[in-house]
Ligand binder design. Structure first.
Ligand code: ZN
Length: 419
């Protein structure tokens, strides 16, 4: 399989955060990484490779060399803007249909969610005698759709429409008379009775398969390229690297799209807790941890805006990344990204050793851009850091577009980084 085929297969299997973390864990296990649990004592040994998952959706993997004096971390995120099912989601509408009550998760671009086959995935907690068991579920078939309103009923539809989320964005699920319930389908997928589902976190996702397209196959379009394209390619780089010189960590955080301030987000103690546990296990003191962080580097890998063919004026006049021209280094005068002159110089050296080009992104000064998890993580674990990403279009659409070759560069760069 080509890297693009592997990426699109990973995205298809990972329609929501929980499944992305589980699939990353599977790749780590196939490469000899051992699972750790936060609620158990650890016995780490130099030379070992481990991973730990927090709350089913954030993952930290690390390799401990025999000797090291610096820390290298590459972080990305597992979540994407979408719709989350509310509790008791089934609602009747127009005395004829069952729709599902959902709320927006993250800064979703709303219009492209209309008129697409959708499905539901997430996790459920199932009663099993006197315990609760967590099961990941994916209905994995076309089961919902949010129909748009015909142009005949809104002649202003092409003049820009503000959508009322509670009224207009509820996906159509069933015909009222058919007596089907989403709860029943979820319980079937979890292999239990409806009464035994004690809790759930379920999301609506876009079913459209990823595609490589263009005369030379130069483009890819898929759901969740932000940020699974970075999450997958940096994991490939991490796994293919000889991780012998630094404490090498691969981080996949959740909830970047809603501010990161959850216990599995970058604005949590997760990374710091795990670093402290590793250092205690190795008999290294806190001063040594601070020294190794100061000598280290973090890459925060989250997709970047490419210049848009139809809206080029929205980009900076000079620093405007192009799809197919390689990995993007992001700068922000307002420090919304953690890149500075020092970390940029380090990153450029790594790219040059990997034989890869680097492009630069800065915002158009009149259009403030987003931020990402790198700068948030700095308030818990401070170290030199860069914000980078792969160039893409239509960020936060349920079907985003990027380049098919750029990911190969990020595999090489992250491999070089960890080596
Ligand atoms: Zn992102």
């Amino acid at each position: 399989m080509t890297l693009t085929e592997e990426l699109l297969a990973f995205i298809k299997k990972s329609p929501v955060n929980y499944l992305a973390a589980a699939n990353a864990a599977r790749m780590l296990e196939e490469n000899g990484f051992k699972a750790l649990r936060e609620d158990r004592r650890w016995e780490l040994i130099p030379g070992g490779s481990y991973y730990v998952i927090r709350n089913d959706s954030a993952l930290l993997a690390f390799t401990i060399p025999e000797e090291f004096s610096r820390i290298r971390i590459c972080a990305s995120h597992a979540d994407s803007p979408c719709f989350k099912l509310k509790e008791n989601p089934g609602m009747e509408r127009a005395n004829a249909y069952v729709v599902l009550n959902v709320e927006k998760y993250g800064g979703a671009l709303i219009d492209p969610w209309f008129d697409r086959p959708l499905s539901v995935a997430g996790r459920v907690f199932v009663r099993d005698e006197d315990r609760l068991v967590r099961r990941l579920v994916d209905l994995d078939r076309d089961i919902l759709l949010i129909p748009s309103l015909a142009i005949h009923m809104n002649r202003n539809a092409n003049a820009g429409v503000k959508h009322d989320l509670q009224q207009e964005l509820l996906p159509l699920f069933a015909l009222s008379g058919d007596r089907v319930s989403l709860d029943g389908l979820i319980a079937d997928a979890a292999g239990c009775d409806v009464e035994d589902v004690a809790g759930s976190d379920l999301y609506v996702y876009n079913r459209q398969a990823g595609s490589q397209w263009g005369p030379k196959g130069e483009f890819i379009s898929a759901p969740r390229l932000d940020d699974l394209q970075c999450a997958f390619t940096t994991l490939k780089g991490f796994l293919s690297a000889e991780r012998r010189k630094s404490l090498c960590m691969y981080a996949l955080f959740d909830n970047e799209e809603v501010g990161s301030d959850t216990r599995q987000g970058a604005d949590s103690t997760f990374l710091r807790d795990i670093l402290i546990r590793i250092y205690r296990q190795l008999g290294r003191d806190y001063e040594q941890l601070c020294m190794d962080l100061a000598a280290g580097l973090m890459i925060s890998a989250d997709n970047a805006h490419a210049v848009h063919p139809n809206y080029a004026a929205k980009a900076d006049p000079v620093n405007r990344p192009v799809i197919g021209s390689g990995v993007v280094l992001k700068f922000s005068g307002a420090q919304r990204y953690c890149t500075d002159g020092y970390s940029a110089a380090l990153f450029r050296e790594i790219c040059s050793k990997a034989g890869c080009r680097v492009q630069v992104f800065t915002n158009n000064s009149d259009i403030p851009g987003g931020s990402t998890l790198g700068i948030i993580s700095m308030s818990h674990v401070s170290m030199p850091a860069v914000d980078i990403g792969l160039p893409q279009l239509a960020m936060h659409s349920p079907y985003e577009t990027a380049g098919s070759r750029d990911g190969e560069d990020l595999v090489k760069i992250s491999k070089e980084f960890f080596e």
